[in-house]
Write a protein that binds this ligand. Structure first.
Ligand SMILES: Cc1cc2nc3c(=O)[nH]c(=O)nc-3n(C[C@H](O)[C@H](O)[C@H](O)COP(=O)(O)OP(=O)(O)OC[C@H]3O[C@@H](n4cnc5c(N)ncnc54)[C@H](O)[C@@H]3O)c2cc1C
Length: 426
């Protein structure tokens, strides 16, 4: 542990935390990947801020009573204190350096802040390959590259795992007889990558990507220079762009059934969409809710027939075809409205509901690359058979690239192909 970080226990809490003018405490656990991701950032920041603010660590499982009294339910949880009072944000999960710095700065005077910021030193790290994105595609590329002795740094703006980590159950990934919890499957993949020697930079901010010069700058301090770059940044749900969507996104409107269906036990929801993911997700949500209304613009669904039939057979599901949403409204917690238009008659009506789920497709995560790469008509990156993009030495794998089917197996296959192609030419 860094010299300016002190490990304490519950009995020291009063003196070491509450009696101090200011302090920061990391409540951590063992066998906790987000705690590991935080550790390097906490250590680096202790060297900058540690003379002004005591940096403390408390082992959560060994100090359960204190953690429970402080309502700590996840590891890591970082709490900031001023004169014995909790202040600032309570940070948890994939904690970013910028969030830590913002809260630490808030504890300092302007002079102290300036002198601490003056201590920040930028540095460069060399590697063979940078993999951008730690979903199944990026993790597989990392596993194959490191097994071929190609030094690899994997950068992710979130914790590793990608979509798999938020998928409830995965039943179609070969090698497992029983359906696997998505969280566990992605955990196995990232632990395998780590065990093979992939270096992780996760829950970071990606400030700049220079594909021509193969450099990536993260958290404003580290510039990683490589010989090749693999883009594995996946895609994200497409918004509808309707009034009310931005305001109530994450606050009444959800894009993730696995994350949010549980909050609608015995409630009513509206699902927008009619493709594979809308039907699959609606099937999942239907297990929780009293009533689900699915709204789709066409006169039939574009999803696989088995899933469609299953959804149609459910008593708690109502289907509203040839209707389009026009506006989202919110009246209170779990009190929402969707204005829908009948596309045949042009008539509008409002569906009152407790929550809204939107599943109308995806957009590739490529904004950070500017307009430098070749894309298909939907904006996905184009590659040759070896996953090479329009820029020499830059590869694209997984959901971010043009392809017919976006699945874990196809992402894993892309990662494999790119890594073998790269390792043969290093
Ligand atoms: C709800 C849902 C359920 C699904 N269920 C299944 C299923 O049961 N079986 C199946 O085979 N497939 C399923 N899929 C599809 C599957 O999850 C994807 O095809 C697969 O995850 C794609 O992997 P990927 O590595 O390309 O991208 P992702 O899994 O999306 O990972 C991309 C990673 O890149 C990171 N990232 C994004 N932008 C940046 C950036 N600028 N810099 C660095 N990192 C960045 C993200 O944080 C993320 O970790 C499901 C998808 C969804 C949405």
């Amino acid at each position: 542990m860094a010299k300016l970080i002190k490990e304490i226990n519950a009995e020291d809490y009063k003196n070491e935390v509450l009696a101090q003018p200011r302090a920061v405490v990391d409540f951590y656990s063992t066998e906790c990947p987000p705690c590991e991701a935080l550790a390097a950032k906490y250590e680096a920041l202790s060297e900058i801020y540690g003379e002004d603010i005591p940096f403390l660590k408390i082992f959560r499982q060994g100090n359960r009573e204190l953690a429970t009294n402080l309502d700590i339910i996840g590891s890591p949880t970082v709490i900031f204190y001023e004169n014995g009072k909790i202040v600032g944000d309570r940070l948890t999960g994939g904690i970013k350096r910028s969030d830590l710095m913002r809260n630490l700065d808030a504890l300092l005077t302007e002079n102290e802040k300036a002198s601490n910021h003056a201590k920040i030193q930028k540095y460069e790290t060399g590697t063979d390959v940078i993999v951008l994105g730690g979903g199944p595609a990026g993790l597989t590329a990392g596993i194959y590259l490191t097994q071929a002795h190609v030094k690899t740094i994997l950068v992710d703006t979130a914790l590793p795992g990608g979509y798999v980590s938020t998928t409830h159950l995965v039943s179609n990934y070969p090698g497992f007889i029983e359906p696997q919890q998505g969280f566990m499957l992605s955990h196995y993949m990232s632990e395998q990558a780590k065990a093979n020697g992939v270096e992780f930079r996760v829950a970071v901010e990606v400030n700049d990507v220079d594909l021509e010069n193969k450099t990536v700058t993260i958290d404003g301090v580290e510039t990683i220079k490589a010989k090749k770059i693999v883009i594995a940044t996946g895609s994200r749900p497409k918004p509808l762009g309707l009034p009310g969507e931005k305001e109530y996104g994450g606050n009444g409107i959800s894009y993730c059934a696995t994350c949010d269906a549980k909050y609608f036990q015995d409630k009513e929801v509206v699902v927008i969409g009619g493709g594979n993911s809308a039907i699959e997700e609606a099937l999942f949500i239907s297990k929780f809710v009293k009533k689900l209304t699915i709204v789709h613009q066409f006169d039939n669904f574009q999803a696989n027939k088995v899933a469609q039939e299953k959804l149609k057979s459910l008593d708690n599901v109502e289907i509203l075809l040839e209707h389009e949403p026009r506006e989202f409204k919110k009246y209170g917690t779990m009190d929402m409205g969707v204005v829908v238009e009948d596309l045949k008659s042009g008539e509008r009506k409002e569906l009152k509901t407790n929550g809204i789920f939107v599943f109308v497709g995806f957009l590739p995560n490529i904004e950070v690359f500017g307009e430098t790469l070749g894309v298909d008509q939907w904006g996905y990156l184009t590659t040759n058979d070896e996953m090479e993009t329009s820029i020499d030495g830059v590869y694209a794998v997984g959901d971010v690239k043009t392809k017919a089917y976006r699945q874990i197996t196809t992402a894993v296959a892309d990662g494999t192909i790119a890594a073998i192609a790269i390792s043969k030419n290093m």
